[in-house]
Structures are given as C-alpha cells and as structure tokens.
Unconditional design. Structure first.
Length: 402
C-alpha cells in the first residue's frame, strides 16, 4: 500500500508539473472559425478618425449602453496608441540606483534582525538558528512571508490579463486557484511540526518514512521544482526591470534580482527572509490600494471610470468572450475562466507542496503559529491578485480597449 501511495504521489506530481509548464507556455486560444476567416487576409489598421466614428464591437447592442459608451477624440486616441507602444521611461543609472537602494535596505533589515536576535533574545549565531530562525517565528510574520513569497510577477501581471479576457470570473479563479494550496498546506505544516519537530526539510521526512529509493526520487523532483521556480521568478523580475529601465539587459536584471536575495539571505539567514518579506508585503499592499483608489474612488476627466457605479455600468455593457453566460462580461459563469481555474489549481499544487521553501517556513514556527500563519497568509494573498486584476483590468479597458 505504501508503494502504491508513493507511486500515486509521483504520478500526481508529474502531472502537476507538466500542467504548470503547459500553463506557462501556452498561447492565447483562437477559434477555428476566426483562424479560417483570418487566413489570406491582410491586416488593416483603421485610422483614428475611423475608430472614433465606429463603435467598438465588444459593446452590447443595447440602447441603455449607449449613454455609457465612451467617445474618444483624436488626441485621446493618439495617447492610447502611445500607451500601447510602451517604452521604458527610467534611465539606466536611475534603475541601478534603485536596485542598490533596495539591496542596502534589505541588508540593513537583515543586520537589524541579527542584532535583535543576539542582544534581545540571546540567540546563538549558529547554523541551526540561521536555518530555522530560532524556530519561534510568530503567526503574523509567517503569514506575511507567505504573502510575499507567493506573490510572483505573474500574480500581478498574468492575473490582470486573465481578468481582462474573462471578466471577474478570471480574477476569481486566478486568486482562488492559487490560494487553496496555501490553505491546505497548513495541514501538512502542522503535522511536520508535531510529528517530526526535528526535521528541517520534507526530504528528510521522506527518507525516514519511506527509505532511500523514495528519497532519491523526490530529491530529483525537489531540485526540478526549485530550478523551475527560481528561473520563473528571476525571469519575471528581469522582464519587469527590462520593461521599466532603458538599456537594461535581461542578464543584468537577472543578476540584480539574484544579488539582492543572496546578499540579505547570507547576512541574516532564514530569519532575514521573514522581516524582508514583511516590508515587501507592506509595499504590495500600498500598490494595490493605490490602483484600487484610482479606479474605484478617484474621478478623472481622461477616463470614464473613477467610481464603483461607473465601473459597474461600463463592465455590464461589455460583451464577454465565448463561453460566458448570456455573452456577458460581468459574470462568474465563464467556461474559459473555469478551465483556467482547474489548470491553475492542479499546477500550483506541485509548486507549493514540492517546494522546500514552504516547508522551511513551517519549520521556523511553533505548531499553533504555523496554522495561524498559513491560514492568514492564504486568505490575505487571495486579495493580492484579485484586487490587482480587478483594478488593472478595468483601467486597461477604459484607457486602451475603449
């Protein structure tokens, strides 16, 4: 039975990893009819005057939607075109200055943690303390670390893309599909602390429970997972930096991301990760609140949004993609969003359960604090992609697609 259970877990892990890779690399789906109609036909870009005179095709043919249908002048269309052709706006020296400032700030936080643990808590500067931060991290810091660690570049960017394509259903399934793993992981995390309090890695538990052969197999899976996750995080951070900073190569941006993480981790160990993640979580919260306020509470003469009622009226008049109930955009009954949610759920199980970093966080706190931290972290993280995607996708519709 144990051998069958191990084989089943290996099969599920393999399927989850393949699903994750397929989700990352797949291209937008095009219906066969649309593909057939587009073959052999040259692409025609209408002029701004034609766009201003022609109503957008993704609006519902409803008389009640005519009053909320925005009209764009030629100058505003030129601004929209400029927004589509996004170019980096930060000079290279300014970007390097920001990177150095972030590096210095993270190192200072790490050093402060080391001094606090040494003089306030009388901790010894040993390899064990550096590995598990003393094993007494609070539930709040654990939750903040989960939020910061589970917030990737895709959390802020891909979630907005899914919400723009599928509506609120896409935002919900992105957030829910990646939060359920954190909530369920709380069960395994507390069992790790109760049944194997001396274990620092889940591979050590597998070695003690199932033997050397199973341990070797999962070492391969763990290495592959960490390799893929590290590459994705570095690629996402490098892509964002390259898009914002002029003349900043992908190699330089990747090296900067790796240098920041390596420096504060070497200085402060595992404990520094918790405090740096706390500050990163605060920055994420500020960014989400800013975008949400700009979309839902700050009126603007250059945008039809600025209040909850105007956003609702605008979205209600949009025609949703194929598979949405009644062709509506403002609905939770979306076939494409549901399929995305299933893929998201299956793929992210491998990303969480086979990634040693989440077990590492569990080994750094007491059992009760582990449960509180993972439950709070999963619930709070849900608001990050959901709040960002519902804000950014609404703003993109009002400024670009309209």
């Amino acid at each position: 039975m144990e051998l069958l259970a191990v084989r089943a877990l290996l099969l599920l892990s393999l399927v989850a990893m393949v699903s994750t890779a397929d989700f990352i690399t797949r291209r937008p789906m095009v219906s066969p009819a649309r593909f057939a109609n587009s073959r052999g036909r040259a692409t025609v870009h209408p002029s701004p005057a034609t766009l201003a005179a022609t109503p957008p095709p993704f609006y519902k043919a409803d008389p009640q939607c005519a009053k909320v249908k925005p009209t764009l002048a030629s100058g505003e269309l030129a601004k929209v075109k400029a927004a589509e052709d996004f170019q980096p706006s930060i000079a290279l020296w300014q970007g390097l200055l920001v990177i150095v400032a972030i590096l210095v700030g993270c190192v200072l936080v790490s050093k402060s943690f080391m001094l606090i643990r040494a003089y306030a808590y009388k901790d010894q500067n040993s390899a064990e303390t550096a590995f598990d931060a003393g094993g007494s991290i609070s539930g709040g810091l654990t939750g903040a670390t989960i939020v910061a660690q589970w917030t990737w570049a895709a959390t802020l960017l891909q979630s907005s893309n899914v919400a723009s394509k599928n509506g609120p259903a896409g935002a919900f399934w992105y957030a829910a599909g990646a939060a359920i793993q954190i909530l369920l992981f709380a069960i395994l995390a507390v069992q790790l602390r109760v049944r194997a309090p001396g274990a620092k890695t889940y591979l050590r538990v597998l070695h003690s429970r199932f033997g050397v052969r199973t341990h070797k197999v999962y070492v391969v899976f763990a290495f592959a997972t960490n390799l893929i996750v590290t590459a994705m995080l570095m690629a996402g951070g490098a892509a964002v930096t390259n898009a914002l900073v002029k003349d900043c190569s992908i190699a330089l941006a990747s090296a900067a991301v790796a240098a920041i993480v390596a420096c504060y981790t070497l200085v402060g160990g595992m404990g520094a990760l918790f405090y740096v993640s706390y500050f990163c979580g605060g920055i994420i919260l500020i960014v989400i609140l800013y975008f949400a306020a700009q979309v839902f509470y700050v009126p603007s003469v250059h945008s039809p949004i600025g209040s909850i009622s105007s956003v609702y009226e605008l979205i209600s008049c949009l025609s949703g993609p194929d598979g949405n109930q009644d062709g509506a955009y403002n609905t939770f009954s979306s076939q494409s969003a549901f399929i995305f949610g299933i893929i998201n759920i299956v793929g992210n199980f491998a990303t969480v359960f086979v990634d040693q970093s989440y077990w590492q966080i569990a080994a750094s706190a007491k059992p009760r604090q582990v449960v509180y931290g993972y439950l709070m972290g999963g619930l709070v993280w849900f608001a990050v992609p959901f709040g960002m995607s519902t804000s950014i996708s609404d703003k993109s519709f009002s400024q670009v697609q309209l």
